[in-house]
Design a protein around this ligand. Structure first.
Ligand SMILES: N=CN[C@@H](CCC(=O)O)C(=O)O
Ligand SMILES: [Zn+2]
Length: 411
């Protein structure tokens, strides 16, 4: 195994308060040693051990690679016309999903894989090293299985979203029986979690609960798309079912926020499992002209926050986590350190990958992602800037200078 020393790091964000200061566990004038696919050493540049190879960071900022915990990258087709209509004043509605469903069903596996490869490459160039992606544009047993298989070749985590919408022309009860029965049976071996779009125009509370219960019977983790288009039961349903995350959250009551924050009470006392991560999707809020999720209120209530891109052709056709972070700072009231943490360690927590030893779908123990500390997967991004502050101070600028994933230089 080859070791690599990255030194002369002007600002290192570790996300580990035992290694550095403040929310990001920041160190100045730091160095990192990678051994194979993992971080081997973190500390002051003056104390750094020797390694086989060396990269001089030139005083720039190094931080964990982005952990994008919510995308829908397995699809075909394009929804430019729908976007144009929205920018001319039309409201977003869940029904647009069926346009992508038709295009996805008509595409070959090779086309789906080629599109996914292009999107993953874009995300890597923007500093993303961990990607979750969902099925949900197939909505037949065959098309959901092939979506999951295509996703599993390139994504770090695959989620089954058969409960995205009821496909055009199908009976809602019969479709729910299919999703929670034969479709889930067929897709389960290829995914680590199940998601449901709990929203007017998609699945109501009772139907969503059935999806989450079916997932639990298969031993799969759950997520919920909730509170996107209006107030609704999604956030509290996710908490009640012990979901890993509930995502969107543009419309939250005080009770919803208290439930999300309260889901972490036992975990904070050192007992019980992790709670439900509140995942906000700033690019989607902007692209649908919906209210920005109340990320500030969530953090003030001590909820655990993630920021994700929600890259998909309908509501958020970007994988730029830097754009999401800048928006969270400039428009949602987060500090830069809070936003960077939510887009790295927060995403890792939403995927259950924040601690060493999480098990992948093959049952193999894996190193943590979302932090730069000894033992973690060596997922790093070097910015062409002296500080992460530049992500919001210079919004829209391509600041990603280099990216390592599992110790391998990928950008
Ligand atoms: N809200 C549900 N699903 C996607 C949108 C998918 C689409 O419109 O194609 C989302 O997360 O925004
Ligand atoms: Zn989504």
């Amino acid at each position: 195994m080859t070791s690599l020393l990255i030194d002369d790091i002007g600002e290192l964000t570790t996300n580990d308060e035992s290694l550095g200061e403040g929310i990001g566990g920041r160190l100045r004038d730091a160095a990192v040693v990678i051994d194979g696919s993992r971080i081997a050493w973190v500390g002051s540049a003056t104390d750094a051990p020797a390694a086989d190879e060396r990269v001089d960071a030139g005083g720039r900022a190094l931080l964990p690679g982005w952990v994008d915990s919510h995308t829908h990258m397995v699809f075909a087709g394009d929804r430019t016309a729908e976007f144009e209509a929205r920018m001319a004043g039309e409201a977003y509605a869940a029904g647009g999903i069926n346009v992508t469903v038709s295009a996805t069903r008509a595409a070959s596996d090779e086309e789906l894989d080629g599109n996914l490869a292009r999107l993953v490459a874009e995300a890597r160039r923007g500093g993303t090293t961990t990607i979750e992606t969902k099925t949900g544009y197939g909505l037949t047993v065959e098309d959901e299985v092939r979506s999951a298989v295509v996703a599993g070749r390139r994504a770090d985590a695959v989620t089954f979203l058969g409960a995205h919408v009821v496909p055009a022309g199908q009976d809602p009860d019969a479709y729910l029986d299919l999703v929670t029965g034969p479709m889930l049976d067929a897709v389960a071996p290829h995914v680590s979690a199940v998601d449901v779009f709990c929203e007017t125009g998609a699945f109501d509370e009772a139907a969503s609960a059935r999806v989450l219960e079916a997932a639990a019977r298969h031993g799969l983790a759950t997520r919920v798309h909730g509170n996107q288009l209006g107030h609704g039961p999604g956030a509290q349903l996710a908490v009640a079912h012990g979901s890993l995350s509930v995502d969107h959250l543009g419309f939250l009551s005080d009770g919803d926020i208290a439930a999300l924050a309260g889901s972490w009470d036992e975990w904070r006392r050192g007992a019980g499992v992790a709670g439900t991560v509140a995942t906000v999707l700033p690019a989607c809020d902007l692209s649908t002209r919906m209210p920005l999720a109340p990320a500030r209120r969530l953090l003030d209530a001590e909820a655990v926050l993630a920021i994700a891109s929600n890259c998909n052709p309908g509501t958020s056709y970007t994988s730029s986590m830097a754009f999401c972070v800048a928006t969270a700072v400039l428009q949602m009231g987060l500090t830069i350190q809070e936003a960077v943490r939510a887009a790295t360690l927060g995403g890792a927590t939403a995927l259950g990958m924040q601690d060493d030893g999480w098990t992948d779908p093959r049952g193999e123990a894996q190193p943590a992602v979302g932090a730069i500390r000894p033992g973690a997967r060596a997922d790093l991004q070097l910015l062409d800037a002296p500080s992460v502050t530049h992500l919001a101070y210079r919004p829209g600028m391509p600041l990603t200078a280099a990216v390592w994933r599992a110790g391998e230089r990928v950008v």
